[in-house]
Design a protein around this ligand. Structure first.
Ligand SMILES: [Zn+2]
Length: 105
């Protein structure tokens, strides 16, 4: 996992998630992905995988916003089956309301 992504995850975890998201078994990396995809998330064997489209690597506002989106999936893992279900939406609304996306989008 790249240092800058790990650092950003830690920062957002403290700032927006009361530091309650997992600190271990989280893997974040830039990856080659279809143009229209900004990122994705997968949970396998107790490990959290976040991929960010490497095309956005030099566009921090975009990959940071995407990271917050995917961190919402980490937060709701195991709590709801729907990908963007009510709990995930509630987290995104809370982040939006509190300015997490200011200066990003
Ligand atoms: Zn999503």
């Amino acid at each position: 996992m790249s240092h800058i992504l790990k650092e950003q995850y830690r920062h957002y975890n403290r700032l927006w998630f009361n530091n309650k998201l997992p600190k271990r078994h989280v893997h974040i990396r830039f990856a080659k992905m279809p143009r229209q995809r900004l990122g994705d998330y997968q949970f396998t064997d107790g490990h959290y995988y976040i991929r960010l489209n490497r095309r956005t690597r030099f566009w921090p506002p975009v990959w940071r916003a995407t990271l917050l989106h995917e961190m919402g999936h980490v937060a709701t893992e195991g709590f709801e089956s729907e990908e963007h279900g009510p709990m995930w939406l509630e987290i995104m609304r809370r982040l939006l309301k509190n300015g997490a996306f200011n200066d990003l989008v």
